[in-house]
Design a protein around this ligand. Structure first.
Ligand code: GTP
Ligand code: MG
Length: 240
């Protein structure tokens, strides 16, 4: 269990739960997650009905390359797709400022300690975007840098995208499977660094597909643009 936020996948309760503090805690977590899921469903409706937007939740470890990828994506889609961003961080608006400089609406969601975003916080962000914008094609949610807890919380996204950067190592899908199990797209980021690390693209592909055979895997380097075309082509499939 994450000691900071207490998030954990729910387990069934039952009679024993009434007296056992550990199972009581699990029951509280289950109810919190159920409330979160209800809000997430409302968030999806809000994004669709008020903004007409597809919502994408980006998950990675700290420094995995989420903001750099978003900046490159915004630049490449400028004039073609209207983008808004909900920028999640524990502290500071630094990433939000980085993306505002690219000329799009960004709402900073600062958790003040929690290691993941949840659906109520995202609802506030979506409301703020909807107050500023009539329509958006895409809303990206940059989750707090963490490969564990964000994988448990539905935010109301339509798609979940997990990034794993080359310096983190190709063993990570096997060790942190939930993020890969619950995502539709897996971006192997910072591939320009492949010559400097013992990262195996074969291993990472095999392990990730073993966890989730439907995962679309796209290696890319947002810094030099290699692989971005395939990512942008996938984004365009969301607008038939
Ligand atoms: N070599 C290389 N470095 C990259 C690439 N993408 C991002 N970086 C660097 O990786 C570092 C972290 O990138 P960010 O985009 O800030 O990562 P993040 O996932 O948004 O980080 P948090 O929001 O703190 O979790 C920065 O120094 C980037 O310049 C890439 O494709 N290649
Ligand atoms: Mg960032």
């Amino acid at each position: 269990m994450c000691e900071q936020c207490g998030c954990q996948s729910p387990q069934p309760g039952g009679k024993a739960a009434e007296k056992n503090p550990k199972t009581m805690l699990l029951e509280v977590n289950r109810r919190l997650l159920a409330a979160n899921d209800k809000q997430a469903a409302a968030n999806r409706r809000l994004a669709e009905e008020k903004l007409g937007a597809v919502v994408i939740n980006l998950i990675s470890s700290p420094g995995g390359g989420k903001t750099t990828l978003l900046a490159a994506t915004i630049d490449r889609l400028a004039g073609r797709r209207k983008i808004g961003v909900l920028e999640g961080d524990i502290e500071t608006e630094r990433d939000a400022e980085r993306l505002r400089a690219h000329g799009i609406p960004v709402v900073a969601l600062t958790t003040g300690g929690a290691c993941h975003l949840d659906a109520p916080l995202v609802n506030r962000g979506l409301q703020q975007l909807a107050a500023k914008e009539d329509r958006l094609d895409l809303v990206f949610i940059e989750n707090v840098g963490n490969l564990v807890c964000p994988a448990t919380f539905d935010l109301g996204e339509h798609y979940r995208v997990v990034l794993l950067s080359v310096p983190e190592g190709s063993d990570k899908p096997a060790k942190y499977p939930r993020a890969f199990l619950t995502s539709q797209v897996f971006l192997v980021s910072k591939t320009d660094l492949l010559p400097h690390f013992d990262f195996s693209l074969d291993e990472v592909r095999q392990d990730a597909l073993g966890i989730n055979p439907d995962l679309k895997i796209l290696p890319l380097a947002a810094k030099d643009g290699v692989g971005l075309d395939a990512w942008l082509a996938w984004l365009e499939t969301l607008f038939p």
